[in-house]
Design a protein around this ligand. Structure first.
Ligand code: NAD
Ligand code: IPM
Ligand code: MN
Length: 344
């Protein structure tokens, strides 16, 4: 018998602690040959002993695991967000998970807040750069705690590998168009590089159409006519913002899935949403974003049939309203996941 794939699980904070076990139940029900090891890296742990992630934590994940599954990190009791930064952004940066892949798919017309938009009108993927931009937190503060305090937040952009990743994803998924979004009309330094590299890489993929939009216009067009989009590649900060908007097109943050990918290193999968503190501990959080992220993880690990079964069961749950209140159902987090697991 083949050895089981090893998955490190970090439920984290708030609703992360509810949607993760719910999603793992669905994975177990597929029978995929995986085993889970849970880590308590979270606000609770940080407040108890000051640990965010152990010294060799990231190296251990890379060495000992095939994938990492995360819930959410963020807790009002840690106002600096330091634990979330060190654990979540720590994984993305230290493990070099440079491609944040966020599929946007409308499963049922009733879930879209836009008039007359059908499921086939919302089916695209945002490829968000995941290790650079202003998230590097480079820069500094001058004249701290004086009335003249100033802050400099620098950005880093290397660009090529994320653009190449987007074209490769388009090719693999049989998608026809890659759109690059930037703000090169105002931010000419980084925007100039995005423009130049996009053209150079695009020339290697003549079978794929290319397009450019400024990020502000992209936000407008996503609402006005989401049908035109196929693959969108953009920077870390723009990708963060635009994927919350895109989540709304598919029924809200509770529905949105993601993979933080390095093509040949241990990758991490998580729902797009955060810890939603007002929802925590009430069994009301929508587990579908987490379940769909688990399906992405299974597919990434080669469990293609199991992943497809999960996607079909999610679709059925949505159509039959065996879902949580945010998308029109009456079930709790556990019950929605339980129904999905039984209907694989
Ligand atoms: P959030 O995603 O946690 O929640 C925003 C709103 O979206 C919620 O109030 C709720 O209305 C809705 N929502 C989110 N997830 C839902 C779900 N599963 N089911 C139903 N509705 C859902 O964003 P926020 O309130 O801005 O952030 C809360 C905390 O989470 C902050 O500390 C933030 O930094 C952190 N955060 C973490 C991640 C992550 O771990 N990847 C992502 C985003 C935010
Ligand atoms: C996300 C989140 C994170 C981000 C936060 C929690 C740092 O919003 O995963 O989209 O900005 O990347
Ligand atoms: Mn975000």
């Amino acid at each position: 018998m083949a050895t089981k794939k090893k998955i490190a699980v970090v439920p984290g904070d708030g609703i992360g602690k509810e949607v993760v076990p719910a999603a793992l139940d669905v994975v177990r029900a597929t029978g995929a040959a995986v085993e889970f090891t849970e880590f308590d890296w979270s606000a609770d742990r940080y407040l108890k002993d000051g640990t965010t992630i152990p010294a060799d934590g990231f190296a251990m994940l890379q060495r000992d695991f095939d994938a990492v599954f995360v819930g959410a990190l963020g807790d009002p009791r840690v106002p600096t967000n330091i634990h979330a930064k060190e654990i979540l952004l720590g994984m993305r940066f230290t493990m070099d998970l440079y491609a944040n892949v966020r599929p946007v798919k409308l499963l049922d017309e009733s879930l879209c807040p836009l008039k007359g938009v059908k499921p086939e009108d919302v089916d695209f993927v945002v490829v968000r750069e995941n290790t650079e931009g202003p998230y590097m937190d480079a820069g500094g503060v001058l004249k701290k705690d004086t009335p003249d305090e100033v802050a400099i937040q620098e950005e880093f952009h290397t660009v090529e590998r994320i653009i190449r990743f987007a074209f490769e994803l388009a090719k693999k998924q049989g998608r026809k168009k890659v759109l690059m979004a930037d703000k090169s009309n105002a931010m000419t330094i980084s925007g100039g590089l995005w423009q130049k590299v996009f053209k150079l890489v695009a020339a290697e993929y003549p079978q794929i159409q290319t397009q450019h939009m400024y990020i502000d216009a992209l936000c407008m067009h996503l609402v006005r006519d989401p049908k035109q989009f196929d693959v969108i590649v953009t920077s870390n900060i723009f990708g963060d913002i635009v994927t919350d908007l895109a989540a709304a097109l598919q029924g809200g943050l509770g529905m949105a899935a993601s993979g933080n990918i390095h093509p040949w290193k241990t990758s991490m999968f998580e729902p797009v949403h955060g810890s939603a503190p007002p929802y925590a501990g009430k069994n009301i959080a929508n587990p579908i974003g987490a379940i769909a992220s688990a399906a992405m993880m299974l597919e990434h690990l080669g469990f293609v049939v199991e992943a497809a079964k999960i996607s079909e069961a999610i679709l059925k749950a949505v159509r039959e309203k065996k879902t949580t209140q945010d998308i029109g159902g009456t079930l709790g987090t556990r019950e929605c996941a339980g129904w999905t697991a039984k209907n694989l």
